[in-house]
Design a protein around this ligand. Structure first.
Ligand code: FES
Length: 175
């Protein structure tokens, strides 16, 4: 498990982009969602520095930015890998084998849900209902659903994701 993938952040570029997005709104704080997305794109997750940059640009407090971010699953409050694999473990998916699927992903990745692989490639998480219950079990890969996901698809998925990150820089990520 990797706690903190190393990433070099171009803070000057982020500040300039935050300024552009904030200027589009009559109240700078209204740009909080796009600003958080921008910061996450640069940092790879919403670190304390990311919240400071957002707060400075939007003339709000880091606590306000953090409180908004904590409401949405799409924001990472801990370091995330280049790919995000989320397994729905809610009722319909659980009845169709989501637990076994999660076990298999954890075994093959060598991590537990909520962790990131040592190479920084993949973060594994569990999520509540994704709204695809009719085609359970559902796995979200970089926010795109893969429905009726079978255990036999775990190995090919990991191979696919690892192959896609070969040669990527620290800044490149899907999520
Ligand atoms: S319970 Fe998994 S998508 Fe609804």
């Amino acid at each position: 498990m990797s706690d903190q993938p190393t990433t070099t952040v171009d803070r000057a570029a982020l500040v300039a982009e935050l300024e552009q997005v904030a200027a589009r709104y009559p109240h700078r704080k209204s740009a909080i969602i796009p600003a958080l997305r921008l910061a996450q794109g640069h940092y790879g997750w919403l670190s304390p520095e990311a919240f400071e940059d957002v707060a400075h640009a939007l003339e709000c407090t880091p606590a306000f930015a953090q409180s908004v971010a904590s409401f949405y699953d799409m924001f990472h409050l801990t370091p995330a890998g280049r790919h995000l694999v989320e397994v729905c473990t809610n009722v319909s998916c659980a009845l169709k084998g989501a637990g076994e699927l999660l076990d298999e992903l954890e075994d093959q990745l060598g991590i537990h849900a909520g962790e990131t692989t040592d190479d920084g490639a993949i973060t594994l998480r569990t999520v509540e209902c994704l709204g695809a219950c009719a085609n359970a079990p559902c796995v979200s890969v970089n926010h795109r659903y893969r429905e009726d996901f079978a255990i036999a698809q775990v190995r090919p998925l990991i191979t696919e994701l690892r192959a896609s990150t070969a040669g990527w820089t620290d800044q490149e990520r899907e999520v």
